[in-house]
Design a protein around this ligand. Structure first.
Ligand SMILES: Cc1cc2nc3c(=O)[nH]c(=O)nc-3n(C[C@H](O)[C@H](O)[C@H](O)COP(=O)(O)OP(=O)(O)OC[C@H]3O[C@@H](n4cnc5c(N)ncnc54)[C@H](O)[C@@H]3O)c2cc1C
Length: 346
């Protein structure tokens, strides 16, 4: 059997790259072993403003211009809704924060998103003595449902194998690669934190950033926006809310922990006062890089081996842009932006 591409890993990176291949009529086969689950557990929120400092997120406007139509196309393909728009209400902790917000909202890059009005609405069960700053043109992608549907779509067309890719079985040939009898012109590794096991690329500086999330049932919390304070809380419908996320730079497991749950509930109760019940508790590892930029590019010695990774905390916005950049690089020789190219570490 011969394909144009072998893809290892079907999280947001693998999904975005295979869509790029489909757009360009390239054949491919995906290997997926369910060893990582970052894209499955992700909150899926997209937001172009850093809510700690009120500064623009790196290249967010450009990324969103590619990402939103990308997810819309998938909604059309599967006749299902994955994109849920909502405003973000950032709880102010002080007058100083209010001032910082209004100064930042003058920035032309941010003015599309940051409302210049102080929001003083009262909402049952939310402590917000200094009011809120409101972000518009934000929302979330239901990445879990999208990925599940995409896996089924690939399975129906025999384009995915649920097995571990064994690196030791990969042969690098003159014109491409060969893996257990399957020939391909190129292979793209999209393993998320699984990159650590990849002997071709494991020297790239990936850091684990484990995150835990809970889903709560809170019938008295009647909000249709995302609340951001020590954590985010956003509505899922039916009185359910997703709450997250923690950051743990040491734990490499994907297991939810008691410590994580305690951190989430303590922080949640610092700004939400209504009763709630925890109905789900999940965890995953964000594939982050020390300079907070993606890892994209060809292997320095084997140009038919490439990597698409390092989506960090913002995979929803970044994945479609970097998948396109990698495709254009591999097929059309277009140089990668230095900020995303793995050449910066090699
Ligand atoms: C708790 C949490 C909350 C988050 N919230 C958000 C958010 O609100 N917004 C946002 O934009 N981002 C968020 N993220 C980050 C986002 O999830 C990531 O940026 C993105 O999902 C990474 O996608 P990926 O495809 O690179 O990796 P992954 O999703 O980890 O996918 C890699 C895939 O490769 C497979 N794989 C690995 N090794 C092998 C192998 N040898 N053989 C076969 N398959 C293999 C794995 O099983 C996995 O399916 C969050 C992450 C976490 C953990």
């Amino acid at each position: 059997m011969q394909v144009d591409y072998i893809i290892v890993g079907l999280g947001l990176a693998g999904l975005a790259f295979t869509k790029e291949l489909e757009k360009n009529n390239k054949s491919y086969l995906v290997f997926e072993n369910h060893s990582q689950n970052s894209s499955m557990v992700a909150g899926g929120v997209y937001n172009p403003v850093v809510l700690k400092r009120f500064t623009p997120v790196w290249n967010a406007t450009e990324q969103l211009a590619i990402a939103l139509p990308f997810y819309e196309d998938l909604e059309i393909l599967f006749k299902k809704k994955y994109h849920f728009k909502f405003d973000i209400y950032r709880i102010f902790k002080s007058v100083e924060e209010q001032n910082n917000w209004f100064m930042a909202s003058d920035n032309p890059v941010l003015s599309n998103y940051m409302s210049t009005k102080l929001i003083n609405e009262k909402h049952e069960g939310i402590l917000a003595d200094f009011g809120y700053g409101k972000l518009i043109n934000t929302g979330r992608i239901d990445t879990k449902t999208l990925l599940e549907d995409y896996q089924d779509y690939l399975l129906d067309r025999d384009l995915i194998k649920y097995e571990s890719f064994q690196y030791s079985e990969l042969k690098i040939t003159e014109n491409g690669v060969e893996y257990k009898g399957l020939k391909a012109s190129k292979i793209v590794f999209c393993e998320g934190f699984g990159l650590k096991n990849n002997p071709f690329f494991n020297e790239l500086p990936m850091q684990e950033a484990k995150g835990e999330l809970i889903t709560i049932h809170a019938p008295n919390l009647n909000v249709d926006f995302l609340i951001k304070s020590a954590l985010f809380v956003f509505p899922l419908g039916n009185n359910l809310y997703k709450v997250g996320a923690t950051f743990n730079w040491k734990d490499k497991t994907q297991l939810p922990t008691e410590e994580g749950k305690n951190e989430l509930t303590t922080k949640l109760e610092s700004f939400i006062t209504v009763p709630y019940k925890i109905v789900e508790h999940i965890a995953g590892i964000r594939p982050t890089v020390k300079d907070r930029r993606p890892l994209v590019g060809k292997h320095p010695k084997h140009p038919n081996l490439a990597v698409l990774n390092g989506l960090g905390t913002r995979g929803v916005m970044i994945a479609p842009t970097v998948a396109k950049a990698l495709y254009d690089h591999l097929e059309n020789g277009i140089a990668l932006d230095k900020e995303i190219s793995i050449a910066r570490f090699l």
